[in-house]
Design a protein. Sequence first.
Length: 276
Amino acid sequence: MHTIDISYTSLAVGLFLLLIPAYYIWRYQTGLLRGICVGALRMIAQMLFIGVYLRYLFQWDNPWVNCLWVLVMVVIATETALSRTGIKRSVLMVPLIVGFIVASLLVGMYFLGIVLQLDNVFSAQYFIPIFGILLGNMLSVNVIAVDSFYSNLLREQNLYYFLLGNGASRSESLQPFMRMAIAKAFSPAIANMAVMGLVALPGTMIGQILGGSSPNVAIKYQIMIVVITMSASMLSLIISIWLSPRKAFDGYGRIRQVAKGGIVGYTGVCSPNLKP
């Protein structure tokens, strides 16, 4: 089995399919036309650049260069997460970096060294794709979870202070907000996992099959990809949120000004989804 290459001419022809969503975005005046055009151009440029860079990266296959590339991905993931949340950099930057690095190292090395039993866990063929998919999933989960955690905390401060004033520790007082953050971040992933293979075929599995792997091999890899991405995402989320209170609270447990635009709405009304 071999993969049929897509020529640049065929790729250009295939890109015409983007005219379908672009037309309806323009037709219904959603304001997203510029976004989809810029996004498509950025995607093409970035993917072509990465394709060239990865070719040389795989040829060199140097452990130090591979680790440096992963660190670059960590920095980009952190900057992206910071830009997508409404929380100050001073509160989240270090927790996010620590969460991304620790979670990806623990889960990634477990998969490469123990599950795959590679002689060289830093082999570019495995090291870079696995850490890339881990960081991509951790990024999306952390953005949703951190945003949910702090928006609920700032909006429902009365619940936090009620628990704190009735003898609960800061950690115990934050549990309702942690519960909501985890539920919001992981509900889509759990729902997708339950129907995987029935409703849709995952991208990693399709890529391996198109690349010439047997379906049995592709299925086993896909199962492990789901497991490691969920595990790493949960670990990074816990680390990020539980490290951030060092900058988010003062010595008395009071919430500091953590939102970029100042303190966000203290409504005094407890959400029904937040239970002590």
